[in-house]
Design a protein. Sequence first.
Length: 456
Amino acid sequence: MTTTPAPVRKRNQGTRAALASFLGATLEYYDLYIYASAAALIFDRVFFAAAGDGAVLLSLATFGLAYVARPLGAVLLGHVGDRFGRRRALVGSLLLMGAATFVIGCLPTYAAVGNLAPWLLVACRFLQGISVGGEAAGATALTLEHAPPGRRAFFTSWTVNGILAGFILASLVFIPISNMPEDALMTWGWRIPFWSSLLIAVVAFAIRRTLVEPEVFTEATTEPVRKPRIPVAELLSTHRGDVVRVALCALWVVASSTIPVWGLSYATRTVGIGTDTMLWVVIFGYAAGLVFQPLFARLSDRVGRRPVFIAGNLGVALTCLLYFDALARADIPMVYLGIFLSLSVFYSAANATYPAFFAEMFGVRVRFSGMAIGIQVGLVLSGFAPALVGYWVAESGGSWAPAAWLTITTALVASAAAFTARETHRTPLRDLGRREPKPAVPDSAAPEPVDSVPSR
């Protein structure tokens, strides 16, 4: 008669973890994408006014700087998350991102303090990179370990749904901002999106601090002798190949830099498509992705992680050609179709699958570190993709071919790396990451922690 209350509390943790992951990812990627939008449209004039023709490239390069900091964030937050708890690492990540983003909105411009301005911007961007280096991996690990049997991909997909929600929210905020009078925009208008991130941070923090650690994690780390003293050292001795595999698979994210970020700059600055028009194109692409991602996640719970992830990458490789060609011709209906197919459908298939796919390659003791480090090492190229493509396009006389070839090449590499992975969608939670796993059985037939009982 004492067993009823406990399961109710535990059951709620799966849904609560998914909601906390959604809101945390919304904040992190709202902050990242308002920076990306500002770097593509504004920061060249606010912080790099003295750079002349190179201002746009320098502005886009600061967008990539966070991707250099991300591996450091992955190591630091992964260590905290695997040794001291998922929740502590995630709360720290949230606070760091919120503070860095708010401070960007307070920075003096180049006109006010000269060369100090871009260096302050770089410092804040570096802190953003450290924060986001562990966000997706930590949120995924926590949610995966609380998720109901047979629905791990669906529950962890709410992390990436939060990422898309952050992108959509940032784009919606930038539409009225970009239409402000020039003098107001360049003095105080661009600061508003950065200040407003505090609202999301407060809500996300309130929910995240109420989470409890998953039972499977607590069991693995309760006894001091079993707790990994240096998780990254254990990771590299037991899962080195999986880290490399995840890093190569993570190259699929290059498409999320070339299609919406570089595409925004190319369309507005080179082709002459209106900023409002392109922001609505990006909003449409991400909003449609919010519909498709949960569907693809459920599909991967049924048919497996590898086929959905690989099919998504191959689809991006084909349909990005349609999108870039439509941009060059300023064919707006085809631009909408191109971003729908490449971003909303095929990119979403891989994006919805990767949280469970990558996290399930690692055991509970090193899951946070393994996923975080592998992803962030692979994402370094993604961060600099807009600047690299911008340079290559300028060198080629304005052709969009370099953007297409980089997108296609990275999608094919990610597909090949995914093909070498084990299929884990039916592997019981406690057997994930074992070097010699037990024969795979459906989750419903495997013992699961009480945290994993689904809500009614």
